[in-house]
Design a protein around this ligand. Structure first.
Ligand code: SIN
Length: 568
């Protein structure tokens, strides 16, 4: 990569026309944002929860498989930790995983206490299933395959019961534009674009003692993804522009079994949960031969990077656009009871899992990297915390273990709420820090008409199979987009989203190009082996003073100890 990419300090946007104040502003309303806001409300005076469209529109709502936690008496957090580390292919930070697996079971029990209706057996015990990379049945699910929707429902219901409380306020249709920075470099609020009415409409500024980003992932950077349309990386991009450190961005997870709808199909695609394979469905090629036979001891339930790569190899060898998932032997009554949403969606689209093979192919699913945090969810910028998919806590390493994402959002949202509650009570992050006008020119905006070109460049260049050349080409195409004549695009939500995708794409392509090895989510065709001597390290990217993206590396934190009872 010859010219290192630059990103500006802020997006071009109208000057704020309104202002609001809060102790903490939480941006995003998936499991992480809702959990954090609800818990913060008990700890600080004024919480403002803002969300891009409506409360239920984020990725949590779409989560099918479930939430992983060692809830079975036979299971242990230690075993959950070991499976997480194996899936993360050497790049998980062990202390973060330890926090996840030890605190996870209590957090899930609290969700049940809050009213989330998980599926239970006749005795009232949670029904637990298995997904790729897990050696035990430890995935709690709801509505069969509608776990995220049920969690979202329960959390939103809990939020609605406290909305009369002056200590918490919700603003929907509020897109975060940028972070506000004080003279000491700390974060002291956000600028937002609200499609509202009356006082709060258009671009405004919310000043806060602390900001929590829970804005989800960046799936819309690729041509096809399981992520909803709102997943345009807005929080991640705003953090990058503000100078926060992002880490592991090159580790993008491609889900192996996404319903294949034809070559030209773009945007959000229907997920076919790994839990189907957990219940016995298998992947086959055009001859009916098992795709995963002989590839891994767990076969169809290998970690999802292994399965996705197996599928891509078979597709390449046999000239196929997809493989097939065979769930027919599970029978209509079981499939309809256990996977009602998937069965209904497939039938709607003209294919019946009870009687037909399902065409499936890998598609973008999850950003394993994001805004780097410590164990308390603090980022490299004072006053800014992050949780859920927007963050990189070190839990996922190079490849997230199935159903660890909802759990991560839950566990780290709690940690952040407790941390901020204590800090604000101790007088840290004082109110009244005045935002300073960032220097430099605001970003030239990228018109949304270029979004498809950007997505194609990222899919070709930084997809599950990459090379030095493909990542270089993606970077070059994004550089061309960044250099388009100024003033062509009007500020507004679609343009800001597209510009966010551009800034994150530039950072992602830079890290993907540098990592000359195959690990986790991707295969580097020109470096087909994992290289622990050189690459047992996190890559981090930060915006330098002059806007140039600077890459540094951090060794993986193993603390030499992978026991759950070890150093915390
Ligand atoms: C799935 O249900 O296969 C997805 C679960 C996850 O992404 O963890």
């Amino acid at each position: 990569m010859t010219v290192p990419p630059r990103v500006p300090r802020r997006l071009a946007a109208p000057a704020p026309g309104w202002t609001a104040e809060a102790d903490v502003v939480v941006v995003g309303s998936g499991i992480a944002g809702l959990t954090c806001a609800l818990r913060l409300r008990e700890r600080v005076e004024r919480v403002l929860l803002v969300t891009k469209t409506v409360l239920s529109a984020g990725s949590t709502e779409w989560a099918q498989g479930g939430i992983a936690a060692a809830m079975d008496p036979e299971d242990t957090p230690q075993e959950h930790l070991e499976d997480t580390l194996v899936a993360g292919v050497g790049l998980c930070d062990v202390d973060a995983v330890r926090a996840l697996v030890t605190e996870g079971p209590d957090r899930v029990r609290e969700l049940v206490g809050l009213g989330a209706n998980f599926d239970v057996d006749a005795g009232g015990d949670l029904r637990l299933t298995r997904e790729g990379g897990h050696h035990r049945d430890r995935i709690a699910h709801a509505g069969g395959d509608a776990t995220g929707a049920e969690i979202s429902r329960a959390l939103i219901a809990a939020l609605r019961t406290v909305l009369d409380d002056p200590g918490i306020e919700v603003v929907e249709h509020a897109l975060v534009v940028d972070l506000l920075g004080a003279a000491d470099g700390s974060v002291c609020g956000v600028t937002l674009h609200v499609i509202g009415e009356g006082q709060v409409d258009g671009v405004g500024a919310v000043r806060a003692r602390a900001v929590v980003l829970a804005t989800g992932g960046l799936g819309q950077i690729y041509t096809s993804t399981t992520n909803p349309p709102v997943a345009t990386g807005d929080g991640m991009a705003a953090a990058l522009r503000a100078g926060a450190r992002l880490a592991d961005l090159e580790f993008v997870q491609f889900h192996p079994t996404v319903l294949y709808l034809g070559e030209g199909s773009t945007g959000q695609q229907p997920l076919v949960s790994e839990a189907l394979r957990g219940e016995g469905a298998v992947l086959v090629d055009d001859r009916g031969e098992r795709v995963m036979a002989g590839r891994h001891e767990l076969a169809d339930l290998a970690p999802r990077d292994v399965v996705a790569r197996g599928i891509l190899q078979v597709m390449a060898e046999r000239g196929l656009e997809h493989v097939w998932l065979d769930a027919r032997h599970l029978g209509a009554p079981f499939l309809e009871r256990r996977f009602p949403s998937i069965v209904a969606r497939c039938r709607e689209l003209g294919v019946d899992p009870a009687t037909e093979l399902l065409p499936v192919a890998p598609a973008q699913h999850y950003a394993s990297g994001g805004v780097e945090t410590d164990l308390l969810g603090r980022t490299s910028l004072t006053g800014l915390s992050a949780c859920g998919e927007v963050s990189c806590t070190g839990v996922h390493g190079a490849n997230r273990l199935a159903s660890n994402s909802l759990l991560e959002g839950l566990v780290f949202a709690h940690r952040i709420a407790d941390d901020l509650g204590a800090r604000l009570a101790a007088g840290e992050l004082p109110a009244g820090r005045v935002p300073v006008e960032p220097g430099g020119r605001p970003a030239d905006l990228l018109d949304s008409s270029h979004r498809v070109r950007l997505q194609r460049a990222m899919t070709r260049g930084c997809g599950p199979v990459r090379t030095a050349e493909s990542t270089r080409e993606a970077a070059a195409e994004l550089a061309e987009l960044a250099a388009l004549p100024t003033g062509a695009a009007e500020p507004g939500p679609r343009t800001w989203e597209t510009t966010n995708l551009l800034h994150l794409g530039q950072a992602l392509a830079l890290l993907a190009h540098r990592r000359e090895e195959t690990r986790g989510g991707h295969l580097r065709a020109d470096h087909p082996q994992r290289d622990d001597d050189r690459w047992l390290t996190h890559q981090r990217v930060t915006r330098g003073e002059d806007g140039v993206l600077v890459v540094t590396e951090r060794p993986v934190s193993t603390h030499g100890d992978t026991a759950v009872g070890g150093a915390a």
